[in-house]
Design a protein around this ligand. Structure first.
Ligand code: PNS
Length: 166
């Protein structure tokens, strides 16, 4: 059974993430979406909210499970018997960081392979930080994020200052 992990911060989930999840779920037996618990970084959404967003948005995918994890990705992958790490690539600019991460993970656990899925052209420009910035100015992010996330962001940003630092 091919088990893969798709790790990330998912603060918040975007339609670009969902595109990668749907396509990865189509090629592996089981896909675990792993939301990183990062004690050094406070996000807009709590880990519980991010997990809830992902669960709600992947309800239609029976082989997708959503979990949170802390520590090293390779340790999490091993704990769930995942031999594949999925990462989405939007543009060449993503590549250096992604390549560094893939090589680091391979050094730490050589049985785990990283597979890159190029984001659909439609979502190339969509990132969590951009979405947060746009939404914080009260503008619509329709089409960039799932409806639930749109609603939650509108609630979060009502009465808050705009986000300008990415
Ligand atoms: O969505 P992001 O923020 O680009 O995801 C980054 C993530 C969570 C995949 C990466 O930071 C990660 O795997 N962190 C866990 C710590 C770790 O394993 N570090 C070593 C490899 S970089």
């Amino acid at each position: 059974m091919n088990i893969a992990v798709y790790p990330g911060s998912f603060d918040p989930t975007t339609n670009g993430h969902l595109d990668v999840i749907e396509r990865a779920a189509g090629i592996v037996d089981k896909l675990i979406v792993g939301v990183l618990i990062n004690p050094n970084k406070t996000g807009l959404f709590t880990i519980e909210e991010r997990v809830e967003q992902l669960k709600a948005s992947t309800e239609h995918l029976p082989n997708v499970e959503v979990r949170s994890f802390s520590g090293l990705l390779v340790d999490f992958a091993r704990s769930i018997n995942a031999r594949i790490v999925i990462r989405g690539l939007r543009a060449v600019t993503d590549f250096e960081y992604e390549f560094q991460m893939a090589l680091t993970n391979r050094t730490l656990a050589e049985e785990i392979e990283t597979l890159f899925i190029p984001t659909s052209a439609h979502y190339m420009y969509v990132s969590s930080s951009m979405v947060k910035e746009v939404a914080s100015f009260g503008k619509s992010v329709e089409g960039m994020v799932p409806e639930l996330v749109q609603k939650q962001m509108a609630e979060k940003f009502s009465g808050m200052d705009p986000v300008t630092d990415k």
